[in-house]
Design a protein around this ligand. Structure first.
Ligand code: FAD
Length: 362
């Protein structure tokens, strides 16, 4: 397309929209406007990104599209943790325990029946499966490796500022119909491509109306106590769909204690019973969190609820023509939007480039 400019409107300023805008903005021919109802700094359950821990614990099954997106994202997060501490991403040692009764039942983050290491173990140079003599009672295996923790309160504004630095415009708007986003572009000539990063709300966006996207409700307790490690244990038989995990956000962000995964639960308020389960579960998982003094010693900063945008059939990264306008979708990342963010954004960039080439030939 030579030096012809190409106008793009991205709907959504969660990690998907901001990463996509940032990646697209590295092409000087792309003129990008991001429009969103919620922006970094806002908190609402339907805006998932601020609530995430967030970390990189791969969850895609071996050979899946999700696994490929996660694998493609890891080098980018690794680079940011190494070279850009101001992004709010830092390395942290993590321990993933699989309880004996959960082997083969708890997903690809945990131990499988066949005894093979998970596909993702080769991403981490210091990965090791602890020797049986080092395992706690009731634990079948423990994976130890260094991953990253992302302080979302720093990282989301950082992504936005990288976009601003590359000339991306940001606007507040609630888009009723996806095609309306063309005229929301800064340039009066309007957008030639729309990128749809609306997460859960893709179910209500006119022209998309993807009601297969549902909330997988996550509740967290943010505390001042510092475990100095990131850890979790499988809990495949939990009655409340809870699973204890903890990670300490870099830059003084506090420790996120989780969590739950309640599909199609639209309660946007913290449930006090679930909060108690989370607090007690985390202290049981790692008593050193409160120096062995129990859950009452937790110093709570706040409680929170976020809806993971779950699309049971998988993330939608694809082009669709709606009212004659190319719309590139990037939504439905469930509980892995950060850890797949760069993989998905670069797939979106390829689809947008294709549309730009088609546009240049017309
Ligand atoms: P969102 O962050 O929800 O953003 C959607 C954007 O679209 C918002 O700006 C919204 O205002 C905008 N929008 C929607 N509809 C419209 C409209 N009609 N008009 C204008 N704007 C609109 N992921 C990980 O990778 N690692 C983790 O450790 C992790 N932990 C998590 C823990 C919890 C408790 C939760 C809740 C999630 C966690 N996740 C984690 C998942 C991750 O947070 C999500 O996958 C991710 O935030 C989804 O990002 P998104 O940009 O698609 O959606």
């Amino acid at each position: 397309m030579g030096c012809q400019t190409f106008n793009i409107t991205v709907i959504g300023a969660g990690v998907a929209g901001l990463t996509t805008a940032y990646v697209l903005s590295q092409n000087p021919n792309f003129k990008i406007t991001v429009v969103a109802k919620y922006m970094p700094g806002d908190y609402h359950a339907e805006y998932a990104s601020p609530w995430a821990g967030a970390n990189f614990w791969p969850m895609g099954e071996a050979g899946s599209e999700q696994a490929a997106f996660e694998k493609a994202t890891w080098p980018q997060l690794f680079k940011l943790a190494n070279e850009r501490p101001e992004s709010g991403i830092a390395f942290q040692k993590s321990y993933i325990h699989t309880r004996t009764e959960d082997v083969g039942k708890a997903g690809s983050l945990f131990a499988s029946n066949d005894g093979n290491l998970p596909w993702w173990s080769s991403l981490f140079p210091d990965f090791k499966s602890l020797d049986s003599s080092e395992l706690a009672p009731g634990i079948h295996s423990t994976f130890e490796f260094t991953t990253v923790c992302i302080n979302t309160a720093i990282y989301l504004p950082w992504l936005l500022s990288q976009g601003l630095g590359n000339g991306v415009a940001f606007k507040r708007a609630v888009v009723e119909h996806v095609a309306d986003a063309t005229s929301l572009h800064e340039n009066p000539e309007h957008a030639q491509v729309i990128v749809n990063c609306t997460g859960l709300m893709a179910r209500k966006l006119g022209g998309v109306d993807d009601t297969s996207v549902v909330p997988a409700r996550g509740q967290v307790v943010v505390v001042r106590n510092d475990p100095e490690i990131m850890t979790t244990a499988s809990n495949a038989t939990s009655e409340h769909n809870t699973m204890a995990y903890m990670m300490c956000r870099p830059g003084g962000g506090g420790t996120i204690l989780g969590g739950c995964y309640q599909v199609d639960n639209w309660n946007e308020f913290p449930d006090p019973d679930v909060a108690e389960i989370i607090k007690k579960g985390c202290v049981a998982l790692y008593p050193a969190l409160t120096q062995g003094k129990g859950a009452d010693e937790l110093s709570v900063i706040r409680h929170g609820v976020g809806f993971r945008p779950l699309r049971p059939q998988g993330v939608r990264v694809a082009t669709e023509y709606i009212k004659g306008i190319p719309v590139v979708h990037n939504y439905g990342h469930g509980g892995w939007g950060y850890q797949s963010s760069y993989g998905c954004a670069s797939a979106v960039a390829s689809l947008v480039e294709r549309e730009a080439k088609i546009g240049a030939k017309l």
